[in-house]
Design a protein around this ligand. Structure first.
Ligand code: XIL
Length: 299
């Protein structure tokens, strides 16, 4: 195959990309994105601050630009993200207790009903665990509403759009030996045992010198899949874009039948949130990097 998306489709998977609405007018960017990928995640446009800037006033202008571009170009869409401590609008940051809990529920219902039946996977909850060795939940205004906020979010999401796969998504959970990975594993196991509706786990996979790729990532994916959830690599970027590391990540996904696909977090290095890491598959001029070829060959 000659594109990443077509190559991934040979095994029933996708190869996706994060898209920024304001870059779609850049023809180099849009040409690569349309050609190479068969899944799209909005990099920022479906987040809480973008979709509900004022309480009760939903705005899907930018989100729909990404969504409509994706569908017009034949791609499926991952929804990102409904409940998160970051990129909250000011009105939500200032809420607490039952008012915040209700606002979270209302937000999930508002966004998911707008896209009902149209989203392959939703990142219902993002980044709820703390970094480091504690294995604890991250302290946040959402966590302070009660630690059941995550299961409430998933139950709300299932009722709002029964057709979407519901994912929990986090970073620094790729290495099986990390406490954060183990904490996330215990939560997913508990949710499956108690019938909390969760369908998938997203591994962001922002690899860098501080949190490098480890070959036990495959074990992690396998162990989560064995709990009865799908897994996905949701925001892949690799500091320095080592071709062999990119190929290893792809091979880890391909080795796990419940791995749905891989999404890279941007098109060219200059589009990356960490552009100084030159972590992506395309040079700034739009040409393919060695990591691109390594990924295509691995798929
Ligand atoms: C990042 C975007 O790439 C940036 O443009 C934005 O300024 C901050 O958020 N984890 C996530 C993503 O789940 O939503 C983040 O995206 C990167 C880390």
């Amino acid at each position: 195959e000659s594109t990443l998306g077509a190559a991934a489709a040979q095994s029933g998977r996708y190869f996706g990309v994060a898209i920024a609405a304001n870059r779609l007018s850049d023809s180099t960017y849009a040409t690569i994105a349309a050609r190479e990928f068969n899944s799209v995640t909005a990099e920022n446009e479906m987040k809480i601050d973008a979709t509900q800037p004022q309480r009760g006033q939903f705005n899907f202008t930018a989100a729909d630009r990404v969504y409509n571009w994706a569908v017009q170009n034949g791609k499926e869409v991952r929804g990102h993200t409904l409940a998160w401590h970051s990129q909250q609008p000011g009105w939500m940051q200032s809420l607490s207790g039952s008012a915040l809990r209700q606002a979270m529920i209302d937000h999930i219902n508002g966004v998911m009903s707008h896209y009902k039946g149209k989203i392959a996977q939703w990142d219902v909850v993002n980044e709820a665990f703390a970094d480091g060795n504690s294995g604890a939940r991250r302290d946040s205004n959402l966590e302070r509403t009660g630690s059941d906020w995550i299961e409430v979010a998933f139950r709300t999401a299932r009722a709002a759009d029964p057709s979407a796969k519901l994912c929990y998504n986090d970073y620094n959970v790729e290495n099986w030996n990390w406490a954060k990975t183990q904490a996330m594993y215990r939560m997913v196991r508990d949710f499956k045992q108690r019938g909390v509706p969760i369908d998938c786990v997203g591994f962001q996979s922002h690899f860098n010198s501080g949190s490098p790729y480890n070959s036990n990532f495959r074990t992690t994916l396998q162990n989560f899949a064995a709990l009865g959830v799908d897994v996905a690599v949701t925001e892949l970027d690799i500091q320095g874009a080592s071709p062999s590391t990119y190929a290893a990540v792809v091979n880890d996904c391909l080795a796990v039948s419940r791995c749905l696909g891989v999404t890279v977090w941007g098109v060219r290095d200059s589009d990356s949130w960490r552009s100084e890491h030159t972590p992506l598959l395309f040079y700034n001029n739009g040409s393919k990097k060695p990591a691109y070829t390594a990924v295509l060959d691995a798929l």
